[in-house]
Design a protein around this ligand. Structure first.
Ligand SMILES: Nc1nc2c(c(=O)[nH]1)N[C@H]1C(S)=C(S)[C@@H](COP(=O)(O)O)O[C@H]1N2
Ligand SMILES: [Mo]
Length: 388
């Protein structure tokens, strides 16, 4: 089965009103404007990062070229990140524990979780470090994730009023140095009780119609749509409700954004834990069909109202957004015809504008310029290309 077709079929399966408009919107002509076509020639970017991720070697794997990404990312093309080891878990030996400040602690096998009501959603998962370094441009992908509701399981466990934090612990382990102590530790991230009870959070066992692949967290991972990748804990083995905050490496030391902010005319350096996804866009590829060029890309991180493209620092031009694939947590495809393309080197910059009027920041915006760490780098992206 070609997994690329899946969301479209699912989209067509929705309410009658949607099907009517989808029939019009899904016309072959319109789909052609955005998805990669067999007949078109892709012009590779001239500022291609090295295939080897350098310092992140062994942590980040399976990075793709933007040119090869499409609306849905097949499992074989999905990047993966593992900060510690890569656990290979046998379903028979595995269970999920829900424990801590709950009235009814419990242990669940994969079959128990699969027997619960199933939910599916498309979500664009982006590493918070994506674009923070010159060699890391494609730590992003969109999959159709399936699982059961986290909120429903927490509700059944019965949260006690004393609990403020829900900690999600993975089966992968490592060692950290904290001051003079060597700490043997498991990968873990946490969220406040309110965020954990978000109605769309999934305990996820399926990715693009297949059981979760080992490198993406088999048998179970957390999917927190609308948050950066780090919140989406893989190889989940324990959920624990606690009365104090987790301040481990992935909450309080690494994945911390350090930014200069102005308060009352004074500069203050502020350190915050990586959180929700932020508005962002990128050009994916320039294609030639006959003598005609077109720029195609994605926009994500917030509800998108508009995408604008500037070529060689020229005026912002409004791109056409693919009306057929509108899912709450997945990126939108957009395209712009480029009739005035001339031979030589060109710079292509994109910015997304949100439904709330927010604009993806320029590199000179204090939000980006005042940032001293590479996390949450949602500044406007410029790519370079040479046309012959
Ligand atoms: N248990 C565990 N979960 C994890 C990680 C990890 O190292 N261990 N890495 C996180 C990070 S930094 C990202 S960006 C996403 C990547 O998800 P993927 O590997 O499925 O693409 O997983 C997150 N979940
Ligand atoms: Mo990440």
């Amino acid at each position: 089965m070609d997994s690329i077709e899946m969301p479209r079929r699912q989209f067509l399966g929705q309410s009658a009103a949607l099907v009517t408009s989808a029939a019009v919107l899904n016309s072959p002509l319109l789909m052609q404007a955005f998805a990669a076509q067999p007949g078109e020639e892709i012009i590779p970017w001239s500022d291609q990062p090295p295939a080897d991720p350098g310092v992140a070697r062994g942590v980040i794997q399976n990075l793709q070229r933007w040119e090869d990404l499409d609306w849905l990312t097949p499992n074989s093309q999905f990047f993966n990140i593992a900060h510690y080891n890569h656990p290979h878990i046998d379903e028979q030996d595995w269970s999920l524990e829900i424990t801590g400040l709950v009235r009814k602690p419990g242990r669940f096998r994969l079959s128990d979780i699969r027997a619960r009501p199933r939910h599916e959603l498309s979500f664009t998962l982006e590493c918070a470090g994506n674009n923070g370094r010159p060699s890391f441009l494609t730590g992003i992908g969109t999959a159709q994730w399936a699982g059961t509701s986290l909120a429903a399981m927490l509700r059944e466990a019965g949260l006690l009023d004393t609990g403020i934090e829900v900690v999600f612990v993975g089966a992968d382990t490592g060692e950290e140095q904290v001051r003079d102590i060597k700490v043997p530790t498991s990968f873990a991230r946490s969220m406040g009780v309110g965020d954990s009870m978000g109605p769309d959070n999934l305990l996820c066992y399926e990715m693009n119609g297949a059981p979760l692949p080992p490198e993406h967290g088999f048998p179970l991972r957390l999917i927190v749509p609308g948050w950066y990748g780090i919140a989406n804990v893989k190889w989940l083995r324990r959920i624990e409700v606690r009365a104090t905050r987790l301040e481990n490496r992935f909450m309080g030391r690494d994945y911390v954004t350090i930014r200069e902010e102005k308060h009352d005319g004074r500069t203050e350096w502020v350190e915050t834990s990586v959180g929700r996804a932020q508005i962002k866009s990128a050009p994916a590829r320039v294609v030639r069909e006959g003598g005609h060029y077109k720029i195609v890309g994605m926009a994500w991180g917030a509800p998108i109202a508009r995408v604008e493209v500037s070529i060689d620092s020229g005026p912002w031009q409004i791109a056409t957004i693919d009306p057929t694939r509108q899912e709450k947590y997945a990126w939108r495809l957009w395209s712009l015809d480029w009739p005035a393309s001339a031979p030589g080197e060109h710079a292509i910059t994109v910015r997304a504008v949100g439904a709330d009027g927010s604009v993806q920041p320029a590199p000179t915006d204090p939000q980006i310029a005042g940032k001293h760490t590479y996390w949450e780098s949602n500044g406007q992206i410029t790519r370079h290309i040479r046309l012959s």
